[in-house]
Design a protein around this ligand. Sequence first.
Ligand code: DGL
Length: 273
Amino acid sequence: MKKPLTKTSPIGIFDSGIGGLTVAKAVMDALPNEDIIYFGDSARVPYGIKSQETVRNYSNQIARFLIQKGVKMIIIACNTASAAANDSVQHAAGKVPVLNMIDAGTYGAIRSGKKAIGVIGTLATIGSGAYEKSLKQADSSLIVKSKACPLLVPLAEEGWIDNEVALKTLDIYLNTFKSNGVEALILGCTHYPLFKTVIQDYFNGKKLDIIDSAEAVAASAKSKLELKQLLNNSDQPGVLNCYVSDRPQRFYELAERFLGRKPENVFVESLKD
Ligand code: DGL
């Protein structure tokens, strides 16, 4: 049975694995009194090289799990899942509002006022054309240039953010944006905020706005909850409970890199159809 939505209900956030903790962190910074249930599908990560259908199936299972937990909002922190599964997750969620990273990144890009927008993401996100579609829907005069950067996910997980290999890889992926007229760059993957400073330095000298979808989605979560009068008014700090679909050890070890601190509560949950 579905639980009623109240101000004290938690916010549900999900991702293919650990990267969505960058989104959880942004939400916790913007809404420090909210409880959060985070689901990381660590048994089936990565999503970024899988088909849309597979990602949709996984995402629907997670959405049902979060709804059972009584969340008052679902944030699809994974850009790949946002591109493949927003509609089906919204369907599974019923009246519970669903936010996704594509809308958030689009909003950030429009707010920047720039007309030529670059997007980087996984193979599946870029292959889906979801960002391009959403940006053009918001403003048909925008010029959009996209680039898949698949190696940035394993580099971020390895903690290779600014070493020789990372800098060379970033140069190979990003040098096209030095000369193709792009004025703002959307970081369209959970892992890319870790490279934010390095990317800013890389473009040093060229005026390029970096759009962090994690911050944009946290801001939309806040205004949506305000509008629905579902903001938690408690003066207590919110609690983060993490669920993962595989052994929690690696999640636990890597979490700090993405969250900025160790997560206290990590539970294993294997999902069923
Ligand atoms: N979370 C994914 C995304 O934001 C990156 C990792 C993966 O490929 O699963 O697209």
